[in-house]
Design a binder for this molecule. Structure first.
Ligand code: FMN
Length: 209
């Protein structure tokens, strides 16, 4: 369980994205984390879940972030979890990965580390808050300390698209072609910055374990 000594502390930005919207959010969050001196962002994704149980994806995806391992999660100083909304809940590939984390849970590896969540939907009232709140549940089981987005981010009060105090969100539109707007980008960055600061501030709670 020992952390590699040479490793820069990092926040794991773990996401699933089929069409790219959640990936775009993940990149903004990661940029926010990286703007904080002394902490890095590690972008990781998860493979899709196949209905054919024997199907196995290549170990390295053709493009984008590489697949997360339990070691990425074990050694992180904070976690940003991102998923498209699927019927008001997180997407099954991400849940599938989380369901493999029993050993980390049994050993309290993620306890006292800060976490946050982000999501993207097709429609404005299509379940952003429901998704974010349900994504928080497994993180609480792990003993993580959930950090949303505080209202000092004044765009929360004025956004006409994504952005919630439970985490950031993005309205991708029915055709999944709406890019992140200025409010969504700013809030995702702020969320990443806050998580980076919290990860550094809380490091003494778990670093010795
Ligand atoms: C099976 C399925 C269920 C979905 N459920 C919802 C939903 O409940 N509400 C919503 O607004 N969008 C829903 N969507 C749309 C996606 O959340 C939306 O297109 C999202 O931006 C995709 O993110 P991505 O580009 O990162 O894959 C659903 C899409 C799929 C494929």
């Amino acid at each position: 369980m020992t952390r590699p000594a040479s490793e820069t502390p990092y926040v794991l930005v773990l996401f699933y994205s089929r069409n790219g919207a959640t990936r775009e959010m993940a990149e903004q969050l990661a940029a926010g984390v990286e703007s904080i001196s002394g902490i890095a962002a590690r972008l990781r994704t998860v493979p899709p879940v196949s209905t054919t149980c024997e199907a196995v994806d290549p170990e390295i995806p053709a493009e984008g972030a590489v697949y997360a391992t339990l070691e990425d999660l074990r050694h992180c100083y904070g976690l940003a979890l991102g998923s498209p909304t699927r019927f008001g809940n997180m997407a099954s590939p991400l849940k599938y990965f989380l369901d493999t984390t029993s050993e980390l849970w049994m050993n309290g590896v993620l306890a006292d580390k800060p976490a946050t969540a982000f999501t993207s939907t097709a429609s404005l009232h299509g379940g952003q808050e429901a998704t974010l709140l349900t994504m928080l549940i497994p993180l609480l089981h792990h003993g993580m300390v959930y950090a949303g987005v505080p209202y000092r981010e004044t765009r929360l009060l004025t956004t006409q698209s994504g952005g919630t105090p439970y985490g950031t969100s993005h309205l991708a539109g029915a055709q999944a072609d709406r890019p992140l707007d200025d409010d969504e980008t700013t809030l995702a960055r702020a969320q990443g910055e806050r998580l980076g600061r919290l990860a550094l501030a809380m490091r003494s709670l778990h670093e010795a374990t």
